[in-house]
Design a protein around this ligand. Structure first.
Ligand code: NMN
Length: 172
């Protein structure tokens, strides 16, 4: 039995994340999705709360033949103890997945098997692209699973991200 750990901010969970999960599912029996920056919300970079991201992830992956756990992971001021913090919050895992260079470095230094995907640029670009389109009334829906569209609708997420984007640009 192999359990993996995939860390991301999932702001919001989008099709690039879902493809990563599909790739990872070929390697593991169970997958922990670590919801990074769990303590942040209501900003342009992190519009959604940890609870809202749990809903997006759980509903998007409901039809997959994979046991998944979504675990909120708050940020710490100290990078040097972040991996221990992750381990203290997560079910045990055998292998970690991330495309974030700092995350890769920290797991490597802790001697944890860390794998990255060739979708690096795509995944990073896609999160900010989805948020941009949400702010500008563009077509964000085609970049995310249907379940995410439903969650954003339920929580009035568009109104929120447009509001925080307005207050950001006013310097408030
Ligand atoms: O690759 P992304 O989607 O940015 O996700 C990585 C997550 O890991 C982020 O939420 C980031 O804040 C988090 N992280 C936190 C620390 C810390 O709290 N010191 C260190 C490395 C990564």
């Amino acid at each position: 039995m192999t359990r993996g750990f995939y860390i991301g901010r999932f702001q919001p969970f989008h099709n690039g994340h879902r493809s990563m999960v599909e790739q990872i599912a070929a390697d593991v029996d169970e997958l922990v999705l670590g919801i990074g920056s769990a303590d942040d919300s209501h900003t342009v970079r992190n519009p959604f709360t940890a609870g809202e991201r749990i809903m997006m992830i759980t509903k998007s992956l409901v039809d997959y033949d994979l046991v998944t756990y979504a675990v909120p992971i708050e940020d710490l001021e100290r990078n040097s103890v972040w991996v221990s913090h992750v381990q203290s919050m997560s079910p045990d895992f055998d292998v970690a997945y991330s495309n974030n260079p700092l995350v890769i470095q920290l797991f490597r230094e802790a001697d944890i098997d860390i794998r990255q995907s060739p979708m690096f640029n795509r995944e990073v670009l896609e999160g900010s692209e989805v948020r941009e389109r949400m702010i500008n009334d563009g077509d964000w829906e085609s970049l995310v699973p249907d379940a995410v569209v439903e969650v954003v609708d339920e929580i009035d997420g568009l109104e929120r991200i447009q509001m925080v984007s307005d207050s950001d640009s006013n310097g408030e």
